[in-house]
Design a binder for this molecule. Sequence first.
Ligand code: FES
Length: 153
Amino acid sequence: MDDTNIFDDDLYRQIIIDHYQNPHHQGALECPTHHLEGFNASCGDSLELDLKIEDGKVTAVGFEGSGCAISMTSTSMLTDLILGKSVEEAKRITKAFKARLLGKDEDGCEDVDIGELEALDGVKAYPVRIKCALLSWNTLSEGLEHPEGLIMQ
Ligand code: FES
């Protein structure tokens, strides 16, 4: 589904189209330490997110799934942002982006660099689509909060 017409800003729209057409880190990992699954009940789209976490750091990430332009773009950006980060940093980015989209103030998020995720700010005007933008982030968040049940090896 191409939802890019909801974004007024041409630059942001182009960033979103680029990620949607060429998602980064698409594909399952061969030997993930974490396999996470997310589901958007409002549309039926699902996502599988693989992580390799070594010494508290995300050393590889990959995803499979289908969804709208907003969810695919957000997932592609997620993979860029958390790769090479510590689990704690990944949690902070997750918290900052969720707070931003949901219009909440969260302590400790002021200095978090959310990079290209700013392009998704337009989603805030469409509450029903916030779930699309947060599908991968909620999946990641659940996995990082409960890693003991998701470790595969
Ligand atoms: Fe399904 Fe956006 S419409 S994730």
